[in-house]
Ligand binder design. Structure first.
Ligand code: 5MM
Length: 341
């Protein structure tokens, strides 16, 4: 595979494919396993991820996989490095490199993502271990008086510093500024989400420009423009699609090859439907696809339940969601395909 950043970025947003976000940190994967009453041991985490990476849809619908540090170093039960399973499926291995969102001093209720110290050295090692792209997530919450300019600016600046370091190391940066739909309050309407997302993305692209990040060699991972999960009035899929595309068109330069959404707490089908509607609105200046964690994995995790005898059923569940989202990335998903399956 080409080592050019532009080519890697294009591969990540290849037609009908998207990214599997499997980079849950130790705390998050524990929460996921708690939901199926399974201990979060190193072996269980390995078995779960190996099951996903060996699923048939990896070859047809998944362009890349975002891993956590532990997974990048892990071997499958038969001794094959998990990274090699991903490559054998024709997908690109990636790595989460932020150290998580921490309370921002002086800004009650807001967070700043940490992890820039020593990042250059870590990226060099991750490249040697086979990663060809990276991910950094900034978290922006919406509540009374929140977000503040200080929080938006600091997070955008960190994203740009991270992206520049990635490109220096030969890794495509996935730039993820997530405006939360499921934060502590989450009662905002879709128009407030539009306003905050537009503000955040404008600030992020200003910072990327100032940090001399090559836009052709990156992928944006934003939230959709959507109401908070506790909002009394939820927007229709058509409204989410229309407002998201409008917001992105007014903030994301056409030089960016692709945009891969996070699912953010939407239901599996909602995340698929919204993406499909957006792609059906084309032509668009960039590819629009998925980089889902929960919306790709939830059904598979439940079907698996931590039991070896359920592996085939869990892989079928994962394949189905990956295939539905692959269709959505081309604007070709239909509700009846869900029930037909
Ligand atoms: C898979 O979850 C990722 C890691 O989260 P933590 O660092 O909090 O453990 C997360 O960044 C994820 O990649 C994105 O939020 C997309 O996942 P969803 O579930 O929102 O599609």
């Amino acid at each position: 595979m080409s080592e050019r950043l532009e080519d890697i970025a294009q591969a990540l947003v290849a037609d009908g494919k998207g990214i599997l976000a499997a980079d849950e940190s130790s705390g998050t994967i524990k929460k996921r396993f708690d939901s199926i009453a399974l201990d979060s041991t190193e072996e269980n985490r390995r078995d779960y991820r190996e099951m996903l990476f060996r699923s048939p849809a990896m070859k047809t619908a998944i362009s890349g996989v975002i891993l956590y540090d532990e997974t990048l170093r892990q071997k499958a039960a038969d001794g094959t490095p998990l990274v090699d399973l991903i490559k054998a499926a024709g997908a690109v291995p990636g790595i989460k490199v932020d150290k998580g969102a921490q309370p921002m001093p002086g800004f009650p209720g807001e967070k700043i993502t940490e992890g820039l110290d020593g990042l250059r050295g870590r990226l060099e090692e991750y490249h040697k271990l086979g990663a060809r792209f990276a991910k950094w997530r900034a978290v922006i919450d919406i509540a009374d008086g929140i977000p503040t300019w200080g929080c938006v600016k600091a997070n955008a600046h960190a994203l740009a510093r991270y992206a520049a370091l990635c490109q220096e190391a030969g890794l495509v940066p996935i730039v993820e500024p997530e405006v939360l739909m499921d934060g502590p309050t989450a009662s905002h309407d879709i128009d407030r989400c539009y306003e905050v997302t537009e503000w955040t993305l404008n600030t992020v692209f200003d910072e990327l420009f100032e940090a001399r990040v090559m836009l052709e060699g990156m992928v944006l991972k934003p939230n959709m423009v959507i109401a908070g999960k506790n909002a009394p009035k939820q927007a229709s899929a058509a409204e989410v699609a229309e407002k998201t595309v409008r917001c992105l068109k007014s903030t994301v330069p056409a030089a960016v090859p692709g945009i891969a959404f996070l699912s953010g707490g939407q239901s599996d089908e909602q995340a698929t439907e919204n993406l499909s509607l957006m792609n059906a609105m084309g032509p668009l200046p960039w590819k629009l696809t998925f980089s889902y964690g929960r919306a790709l994995q939830a059904a598979a995790l439940k079907a698996w339940g931590g039991k070896r005898e359920n592996v085939a059923a869990a892989q079928r569940a994962f394949d189905h969601r990956a295939r539905m989202n692959g269709l959505a990335a081309k604007g070709l998903w239909r509700a009846d395909l869900e029930t037909a399956a």
